[in-house]
Design a protein around this ligand. Structure first.
Ligand code: HEM
Length: 346
């Protein structure tokens, strides 16, 4: 069950993450319908247009060969794309950028608490003030959207309208707070993961899965791989470790994209980057569409040079991210007549 003290720091941002109740089923259904399958075809054009604009703005910032921080730039593109598609015209580009910045700050300021999650929230901790300020900033943007939608009723395929329409099997709708928590949890799940994947580049997702720890509360006494686990206890699955197990992967540390070719044989649940079972990521199709559009928009217009050696040392937080910044230099393709390749200079 998705519960226990390791989830405590996150619950201050997104509400109850447990997923053991009716509300979670309803929310998961709404999310899954919104970010997978036919919906992706519906919003692909809009997403592509938003990404092209954001990439053009990045190119303008990088003109004259100025070095740009890959993490920050990818974050800006991803937040724009996700807010435009999920909130529609209920948010401006400028608000989307501010929401993105606040979400990124909450995640960074949560790091000390994640390292000591057993410390109760009531005990003051490093990063708390910054965290609270960013949550207040998020609420300032999200609650007005929720309130307006509650007054006017659902009016589109955006996340607020969809959550507002949704009913649990006993006929109950979402409260104001639950609508806010639903919106924020989809943003948290769908943005930082994609941003980091873009920074590490998606071809290394097995070795560097952004969601590196998946805590669970044990429901019944059991034995897992010879180790007894007790009901009520906490276990943590780590895709960062299991994706590298020599029992499951031949030469696990080696970068070999052909392992993921269609038809390649791997045991079930050996690749846990997107989780597995009832909580498995509903956003994977969204991520795949988004990441391809971003890469196409960037490489069709820009020649990208990675400055220095890209960071391979991971830093653990809510997500696993590169420890050092990755800096990029961008040159418009028209200026180079280049072929849009990514290259490194160190
Ligand atoms: C590189 C990109 C991504 C990675 C690596 C990733 C990874 C994961 C993982 C490991 C889980 C399972 C968590 C657990 O078992 O406790 C998860 C759940 C989830 N993901 Fe993703 N994700 C990505 C992108 C996205 C995107 C783009 C969205 C939405 C637009 C999204 C929405 C969700 C949601 C809503 C859940 C919770 C599902 C539930 O509780 O039933 N994810 N993700």
């Amino acid at each position: 069950m998705r519960e226990g003290w390791l989830w405590r720091p996150l619950s201050r941002l997104i509400g109850d993450p447990s997923g053991a109740d009716e509300l979670w089923w309803t929310k998961r259904e709404v999310f899954a319908r919104l970010v997978s399958g036919p919906s992706i075809r519906d919003f692909a054009d809009e997403m592509a247009a938003t990404i092209s604009t954001a990439v053009a703005e990045m190119a303008a910032r990088g003109r004259d060969g100025r070095a740009l921080d890959a993490g920050e730039e990818m974050a800006r593109i991803v937040y724009r794309a996700i807010t435009r598609v999920l909130i529609g015209n209920k948010i401006t580009d400028e608000q989307a950028d501010r929401l993105g910045a606040a979400l990124r700050t909450t995640s960074a300021s949560m790091r000390p608490r994640l390292m000591f999650p057993f410390v109760p929230n009531a005990v003051p901790f490093a990063g708390d003030r910054r965290f609270r300020r960013s949550v207040a900033g998020i609420d300032e943007m999200v609650f007005p959207i929720v309130d307006r939608a509650r007054r006017r009723g659902p009016d589109g395929r955006d996340i607020v309208s969809r959550l507002l329409e949704a009913r649990t099997s006993d006929g109950r709708g979402f409260t104001r707070q639950e609508l806010r928590d639903g919106m924020v949890s989809l943003f948290v799940a769908g943005t930082e993961t994609t941003t980091i994947a873009m920074t590490f580049l998606w071809t290394v997702l097995r070795l560097y899965p952004p969601g590196w720890m998946l805590p669970r509360k044990v429901v019944d006494d059991d034995v897992i791989g010879g180790a007894p686990v007790k009901a009520g206890g906490l276990i943590v699955m780590s895709p960062y470790l299991t994706n590298r197990l020599p029992e499951l992967w031949d030469r696990p540390e080696e970068f070999a994209p052909s392992r993921h070719d269609p038809g390649a044989q791997q045991p079930a649940f050996s690749y846990l980057t997107f989780g597995g079972g009832p909580h498995a990521c509903v956003g994977k199709p969204f991520f795949l569409a988004e990441v391809q559009l971003i890469i196409a928009a960037v490489l069709s217009t820009l020649h990208v040079t990675v400055l220095g050696a890209p960071s391979a040392r991971p830093q653990l937080g809510l997500t696993l991210r590169p420890r050092e910044r990755t800096m990029l230099r961008l040159i418009p393709r028209t200026a180079t007549g280049g072929d849009g390749r990514v290259s490194g200079d160190g």
